[in-house]
Design a protein around this ligand. Structure first.
Ligand code: PRP
Length: 186
């Protein structure tokens, strides 16, 4: 998440929203579900959206007992504001072909839905065997764009979240829990 004009980086400890244990248990549940649904359906590839998804992807991948590979994409949103992702561009593409493969896009957060919509459209055009989405947190009352979420960690309030991959101006990504920060406008 880029720093927004008029916000300053908070120096306070984020307020706990979802604990490390709750995250671990939910990720295990999702991994179990994926194991069951994709068993015998290889090849499966998890595609993490950098940077925010790197921790979820690492934990999810290590809890899968079925064979799979991992890939990453990176996106740039120019002119991104609170309510608008602006123009989206691909900054880093996959290193491999996904035609005929089962694909799960792994995202940390669904906010407006613009990023996921863009990725679904881009990846569907490459003819995967199937395309699913796994999102750690979805903001309630947001995502005006209708995008399918097949595996959802948690619904969360529309507040600034950090931890477990989520950042505020590149801070707090490595917190083991998900917390709330309350940026103060100058
Ligand atoms: C965040 C997040 C998603 C996107 C979701 O990325 O990781 O990719 O925003 O927002 P949307 O639903 O409104 O499109 P961000 O631009 O903050 O980059 P980062 O992952 O590198 O932190």
């Amino acid at each position: 998440m880029p720093i927004m004009k008029g916000h300053r980086i908070p120096e306070v400890t984020p307020e706990l929203l979802i604990s490390e244990l709750e995250i671990r248990e939910r990720v295990e549940e999702i991994a179990t579900q994926i194991n069951l649904e994709f068993e015998g359906k290889a090849p499966l590839v998890l595609i993490g959206v950098l940077k925010g998804a790197f921790i979820l992807l690492a934990d999810l991948s290590r809890r899968l007992t079925i064979s799979h590979s991992v890939e990453f994409v990176a996106i740039s949103s120019y002119g991104k504001q609170d309510t608008d992702a602006g123009e989206i561009k691909l900054r880093l593409d996959l290193s491999d072909d996904i035609e005929g493969r089962h694909v799960i896009i792994v995202e940390d957060i669904l906010d407006t839905g613009n990023t996921l919509k863009y990725l679904i459209s881009m990846l569907e055009a490459r003819n995967p065997a199937s395309l699913s989405t796994c999102v750690l947190v979805q903001k309630q009352g947001r995502a005006p764009i209708d995008v399918p979420v097949d595996y959802l960690g948690f619904e969360v309030p529309d507040v600034w979240l950090v931890g477990y991959g989520l950042d505020f101006a590149e801070q707090h990504r490595t917190l083991p829990y998900i917390g709330i920060v309350r940026p103060n406008a100058d």
